[in-house]
Design a protein around this ligand. Structure first.
Ligand code: NAP
Length: 472
């Protein structure tokens, strides 16, 4: 067997996806000094960075500076980006195995969880993930329509995504105009009639999934008052005991902030962002045209589970909230990749520490790995993906040392590039992306904004001097 991992026979790794976990994995691979490794990163979109571009809120520019770290990784001579190349469509799993010793899946969680309540499919009931992708200019979502003529909107869930959605709906046009929100969303939101946004938590303030800085920053909204009901902000004995037992300072601070909102006299701004606790949606009721009109809520109470956590259960008290739109923000969910083992229950690729497992034998499949949300589920902040990716890469390195890899017929970069060009002549390299990036930044500068995003793939290709039909 040829020894690989050398200058003449580098270890060839494909990474599918180009979000944070993909880049942290590439970084750790390319930092290895005892092996020569070449990394090719693929994304179905022409643009890299996954949820940093398509998920992080447009008014959270500081978080996006992490792309500086990623672009340094991309500058490594052994790194290549193949954007606008879809795994399973342009190139199949079997074809990837012909070119690489190892394949790492880092495709994130591309869809949402459902609430599974009647009326969820009514017009005006949307996944928060679609709204996020729309305002961030994801090409697949640019034509979505959200009826912003509604005055009252409910967002179900109290995680950081829910709070992002509620905040974007509450920001003034002037505040939004300083961000890199997609132009179509800026335009639509500038005509928004939304006056009240309800964030709905099924448990209490101590169990809210959003983080402290996110709830604190709501106080700075120019046009919107934050409202919390005093009896819902009250810390029950179970939660108090748990916070004290765990010395959970961060949740204590969060509760303190929520209670300070609850103690305020009514504000005078023209919009309200209302955070509710201990309520669960049980049904969405429609009007005569089948549009969302009412969200029926049940009041919950908290109890300690046998496993020691604090859960909610329904009482017999109901409440109708009249809203014209409902966003469910109850978590993302992974999507299976063709020919890659998937755990339907958890919505992740079947794996152990990042090694993809054969569903029959539960043993690792040689040369196949996963990292990020598609490995562990949709939790944690961007930085959480670093140790997660390192864990996977360490398994990859151990397996190389043990001779457990794929056996590609064409383990060289030039053959792969020829093959990609055949399948997707319009693939976008990292140099191409840097050109698109420069255009977006220049357009942003002209408008006093961080960037003005391309939101259509055709426009991106046109800016690179290509069209869909032109073969190179
Ligand atoms: P999340 O943090 O898991 O929050 C999900 C929320 O949905 C929780 O409040 C959960 O309540 C609730 N929920 C789940 N099922 C429900 C149901 N059937 N009915 C009512 N409520 C339900 O998920 P996320 O907000 O999608 O965020 C995903 C990850 O991205 C998180 O780790 C988040 O911190 C991160 N993120 C970070 C930022 C940031 O750093 N600024 C921004 C966006 C996202 P329970 O707790 O009761 O289950």
């Amino acid at each position: 067997m040829t020894q690989f991992g050398t200058q003449s026979h580098p270890l060839r790794v494909a990474i599918i996806g180009s979000g944070p976990s993909a880049f942290y994995a590439a970084d750790h691979l390319l930092k290895q000094t005892s092996l020569v490794i070449e990394v090719d990163m693929f994304d179905r979109l022409p643009t890299p960075y996954g949820l940093v571009r398509g998920g992080v809120a447009p008014d959270h520019q500081k978080i996006k500076t992490v792309t500086k770290v990623f672009s340094k990784v991309a500058a490594h001579p052994h790194f290549r980006f193949f954007g606008y190349v879809e795994f399973g469509k342009d190139i199949t799993h079997a074809e990837f195995t012909e070119y690489y010793h190892q394949i790492l899946y880092a495709t994130g969680a591309q869809t949402d969880r459902q609430m599974n309540i009647p009326g969820e499919q009514l017009s005006g009931s949307h996944p928060a993930t679609a709204f996020v992708a729309w305002y961030n200019g994801h090409p697949d979502y640019r034509d979505y329509q959200f009826d912003l003529s509604q005055e009252r909107i409910a967002v179900v869930g109290v995680g950081n995504v829910a709070i992002d959605v509620a905040r974007i709906l509450s920001l003034s046009t002037e505040e939004l105009a300083q961000t890199d929100i997609a132009d179509h969303a800026l335009e639509a939101l500038s005509r928004s009639q939304v006056k009240e946004v309800y964030l709905l938590g099924r448990r209490g303030p101590a169990q809210a999934a959003f983080t402290t800085p996110e709830v604190k920053e709501l106080d700075d909204l120019e046009e919107s008052d934050v409202v919390v009901l005093p009896d819902e902000a009250h810390l029950d004995e179970l939660s108090r005991a748990e916070l004290e037992r765990n010395q959970d300072k961060s949740s204590m601070k969060k509760v303190e902030i929520l209670q300070s909102y609850a103690q305020r006299p009514p504000g005078s701004k023209n919009k309200r962002l209302i955070i509710r606790f201990l309520v669960s949606p049980v049904e969405i009721l429609g009007d005569a045209e089948g549009r969302v009109a009412t969200l029926r809520l049940v009041k919950n109470e908290l109890y300690a589970t046998d496993a020691g956590s604090i859960a909610s259960r329904a009482t017999e008290q109901f409440e109708d909230l009249h809203v014209g739109m409902v966003f469910r923000s109850v978590g993302y969910r992974g999507v299976p990749l063709p020919d890659v083992p998937f755990n339907e229950r958890w919505g992740v690729i079947l794996n152990q520490k990042g090694r993809v497992l054969d569903p029959e034998t539960q043993q690792p499949l040689p040369g196949e790995y996963t990292a990020g949300w598609i490995k562990r589920g949709p939790s944690g902040v961007i930085g959480t993906n670093k140790p997660d990716a390192v864990e996977t890469v360490n398994c990859m390195l151990e397996d190389v040392a043990a001779g457990q890899t794929l056996s590609p017929r064409h383990p060289d970069g030039a053959s792969l590039e020829r093959f990609v060009r055949e399948r997707q002549p319009n693939y976008v390299s990292f140099e191409d992306w840097l050109k698109l990036d420069a255009v977006e930044l220049t357009r942003g500068q002209q408008q006093g904004r961080p960037r003005v995003k391309f939101t259509s793939i055709d426009d991106m290709l046109a800016a690179l001097g290509r069209t869909e039909t032109v073969e190179q």
